[in-house]
Design a protein around this ligand. Structure first.
Ligand code: CA
Length: 452
């Protein structure tokens, strides 16, 4: 087969440097093979029902919705943890975070000197750098307060953001460990934080549009505190609840920034060369920020669907069919292997996530995962096919068939004990490969692996 290389091909091959040389010849000369840029956009504490494409009526998220319209929407998209930090440990490694003991957010009184994503765990950015990518993390990190754990030390060429778990939107918190920083140096940021992250993301794309790039854009919006940008504070006058109005304004700011990123990609002529993923890190903490999980039961911190079943979508023009949905369960751990495979890399055998592209495009049928698993504090869950077994604190074991009962209303544990035993055995097999938590959920919380 003959293939005429375009200017775009040469630019991108040139940008790959030594990684290009390491690629098998068959890959280099495969027709139309271009290493795609990868943009992972993460929202923070946005519930399933907070976006237009899931039926939200009071907020406006046209740009987020456009990713679903131009790509694929995962109707059973999950996060590996119902809170922020462990979820990010899973996303950054493609591994269930329990494999290396990262079960919980660090408790307030934990000595955090050596706290963070363990340094022996290979990160998303490190994988992408091996493939010749330029890498950036923009936004919230939450995987280590001190320098050895910072993004710049974990494979990210550039970092603009903060390292803690939450941040004031209006001032840079100068002088604290959590100051807004650029590559380790505090910056006196004047812009509303969400818009600052959007600005930096667009700048990174502009500066690196001729190379394959990996951008991890982790907004802290719409996580508390509830603070809107001055420019948005008159929006949504029809929303009566002041807190919900502010929430809608915060989401609007994030959506505007995502629109700017999508526009920059389009204007740079990179839409066909860019895989863009959007998801929320965990379900809505409704009392905290008014976000919503309808129709699901439960909230952030719980392994009910409301804590783990999140907005999840992906676009890649020309490669991913537009406007489709995919219903088999997928999980945040899948982002890394999907991106690394698209970049031409090999995925380590210890990665739990799965390259979703063959499933999305129909090359592979069946489910990407035999089962998905959760273990957070005294809660555990497994989803296998339509079945979900879960344990919530001391409230016993529950069994639900999510095909008939997506809102987990009807507990079938006493009616189908064989199914309970089957799922329990599957979970125990998974758990056998995990290690103990590196720190407890609370300073005085005893650890037990007798979770069922
Ligand atoms: Ca979160």
């Amino acid at each position: 087969m003959t293939h005429t290389y375009t200017r775009r091909d040469f630019l991108r091959l040139a940008g790959m440097g030594t990684a290009a040389m390491a690629l098998p010849t068959s890959d280099l000369f495969a027709a139309d093979y271009i290493k795609p840029n990868v943009i992972v956009i993460l929202a923070d504490d946005q519930g399933f029902a907070d976006i237009g494409v899931h039926g939200c009526k009071d907020c406006r998220t046209p740009n987020i919705d456009s990713i679903a319209r131009n790509g694929i929407r995962f109707t059973n998209g999950y996060t590996s943890c119902p809170v922020c930090s462990p979820m990010r440990a899973g996303l950054q490694t493609g591994r269930y975070q329990q494999r290396f003991g990262f079960y919980h957010n660090p408790p307030k009184d934990l000595d955090r000197t050596n706290w963070g994503l363990p340094l022996d765990q290979k990160t998303f950015a490190q994988y992408m750098k091996e493939q010749g990518y330029v890498t950036a993390a923009i936004g919230k990190w939450h995987l280590g307060d001190n320098e050895p754990f910072h993004p710049n030390k974990r494979g990210y060429d550039e970092f603009f953001g903060f390292v803690g778990g939450a941040h004031n939107y209006m001032h840079p918190e100068s002088g604290s460990f959590n100051a807004v920083q650029r590559n380790g140096k505090p910056v006196d940021e004047k812009e509303y934080l969400t818009y600052a992250f959007g600005r930096e993301a667009v700048s990174f794309i502009e500066r690196n549009k001729k190379k394959p790039f990996f951008l991890y854009l982790a907004f802290n919006a719409p996580h508390s505190p509830l603070q809107a940008a001055v420019r948005d504070q008159e929006k949504f006058p029809e929303i009566q609840d002041q807190r919900r109005r502010t929430f809608a304004q915060m989401q609007l700011a994030m959506d505007n920034c995502i629109g700017d990123v999508l526009k920059k990609v389009r204007e740079a002529g990179l839409e066909e060369d860019t895989l863009i993923v959007y998801m929320s890190d965990n379900g809505a903490p409704t009392p905290g920020n008014t976000s919503r999980n309808d129709p699901f039961k439960g909230f952030k911190t719980q392994v009910h669907e409301g804590g783990i079943h999140v907005p999840f979508m992906m676009q890649w023009k020309g490669k991913i069919p537009a406007g489709k949905t995919y219903d088999k369960p997928v999980i945040s751990l899948d982002l890394l292997p999907t991106a690394v495979a698209a970049a031409g890399g090999k995925i380590a055998s210890n990665v739990d996530g799965v390259d979703l592209m063959p499933y999305i495009t129909g090359k592979k049928t069946g489910s990407p995962h035999r089962a998905l698993f959760w273990h957070f504090d005294k809660q555990s869950a497994i989803r296998m096919g339509d079945w979900k077994l879960s344990r919530h604190e001391d409230k016993g074991i529950r069994l639900h068939n999510l095909a008939n009962d997506p809102t987990e209303k009807t507990d079938l544990a006493h009616e189908d004990r064989d199914k309970v035993a089957e799922l329990l055995a599957e979970w125990e097999r998974w758990s056998a490969d995990n290690v103990k938590p590196m720190w407890p959920s609370k300073a005085d919380a005893p650890w037990t692996n007798e979770t069922w």
